[in-house]
Design a protein around this ligand. Structure first.
Ligand code: NAG
Ligand code: NAG
Ligand code: NAG
Ligand code: NAG
Length: 368
């Protein structure tokens, strides 16, 4: 996002059915700014920068929130809240990002973890303004990400149903993300299904231009949930089990093109039943480094064995390079080599000649 644009960004709000009802210059962090609208609550969809930056507020019905205590520790609370979605584009406008994760033209594989901060329903333009200001500052968190969403009520890692389809012949696309459930990141706390019948689905409308550039349309909105088709409960094939073990089968791809990513069974080190999970349980924090070491050792060992094999075959190669044809040839060669070796040292030859003579004499004596 361009810094200069931020200093006087235009905000327009769009209501549930997608009609922009107001547009205002708003930077509530500047004291002189018109405080008029700063305490207003955000609508479900807030167009911050037309075409490239929209904030969506998806009410999360009955979803628990998390209060972090200053002195450490936390507590599960039950404030009314909404999921905060930052809908933006990559720098060259070729990828659509949802809370900084690329979701279009394709959802990454393995499926991205989507984290959604939770905000109060009356989240104000002032809070959003503070949030956006914060994202423009460098911040030194361990993962390089800022915890910028002001006045949040915690956040969740989401299970989601992702679905995309073309909306028109002229490059229009619709991307739907349904937050199916979430987990607040504290191991001991339960996973929660977001299964209220009131729960809505985030629908992002975009336009994909010929050159691949994307544009986020202001008609982005919240839509009703469509009852999910029954998931197939077929037995996994052996191949699927192997794929899952190596972490490839991240979702249940439903027949109708939905991609469902569930975190209910997973922890931070991969889902149970995957290699990553197994190794993490056994070896701690660096399973992939360990795999690299194992694979490296095995390859190194094989290379060494091959090297020895090559060395040995080189040493014992026949002078003609064709190898022994049969046992007689082999014997002949050994004799030859014996003779050559004998010729190498005068002393040895003399000695063996003498021995030969002695033997000859013995033979003669025996004969005599
Ligand atoms: C925002 O979305 C909720 C559903 O989650 C809906 O009940 C409400 O009317 C919407 N608000 C506006 C201003 O459209
Ligand atoms: C846009 O950027 C991504 C990486 O951020 C890159 O892979 C892609 O090739 C770029 N596309 C164009 C058209 O420049
Ligand atoms: C929204 O996401 C973009 C892309 O990751 C990021 O540059 C920006 O700071 C985010 N804004 C907010 C308010 O989270
Ligand atoms: C939002 O609502 C809560 C109570 O639900 C209240 O304590 C808080 O002051 C309100 N914030 C704003 C900005 O109106």
């Amino acid at each position: 996002m361009n810094m200069r644009r931020w200093t006087s960004w235009v905000m327009s709000t769009v209501f549930f059915f997608g009609n922009p009802i107001s547009a205002k210059f708003l930077d509530c962090t500047v004291p002189a700014s018109s405080a008029e609208h700063c305490s207003d609550s955000l609508a479900n969809i807030t167009v911050v920068e037309s075409g490239e930056f929209i904030i969506a507020k998806l009410q999360c019905y009955g979803c628990p929130t998390t209060a972090r205590h200053e002195k450490g520790g936390h507590e599960i609370t039950h404030e009314e809240n909404a999921l905060f979605f930052n809908i933006s584009l990559s720098q060259n406008h070729t990828q659509l990002l949802l809370n900084s994760k690329p979701i279009f033209p394709s959802l990454a594989s393995p499926r991205p973890n989507l984290y959604a901060p939770q905000i109060p329903l009356n989240y104000s333009f002032s809070s959003l303004s503070t949030t956006i200001k914060c994202t423009q500052q460098p911040c030194g968190n361990f993962d390089g990400k800022c915890d910028c969403v002001a006045d949040n009520l915690g956040g969740v890692r989401l299970s989601y149903d992702y679905y995309t389809f073309s909306s028109s012949a002229s490059g229009g696309w619709i991307i739907r993300v349904d937050a199916l459930g979430g987990h607040n990141g504290y191991m001991a706390d339960p996973y929660v299904d977001f299964d209220s019948p009131l729960q809505k689905v985030l629908q992002i409308n975009i336009e994909q231009h010929q050159n691949g550039r994307l544009e986020i349309l202001d008609s982005t909105r919240l839509v009703e949930r469509i009852p999910a088709p029954a998931e197939s409960h077929q037995e996994m094939s052996t191949w699927d089990k192997i794929r899952k073990f190596f972490g490839f089968e991240d979702d249940m791809a439903r027949e109708d093109g939905h991609i469902v990513y569930l975190i209910s069974e997973s922890d931070y080190y991969g889902r149970p039943g995957t290699l990553k999970h197994l190794l993490h349980e056994v070896w701690g924090n660096y399973p992939w480094r360990l795999i690299a070491i194992i694979v490296g050792s095995v390859l190194g060992g094989l290379t060494l064995i091959y090297g020895i094999f090559r060395f040995v075959t080189l040493v014992y190669r026949s002078p003609t390079g064709q190898g022994a044809k049969n046992a007689r040839d082999e014997e002949y060669k050994l004799e030859e080599r014996g003779r050559l070796l004998d010729g190498e040292e005068e002393d040895t030859r003399t000695k063996s000649d003498e021995e030969g003579r002695l033997l000859d004499e013995d033979d003669e004596e025996t004969e005599a």
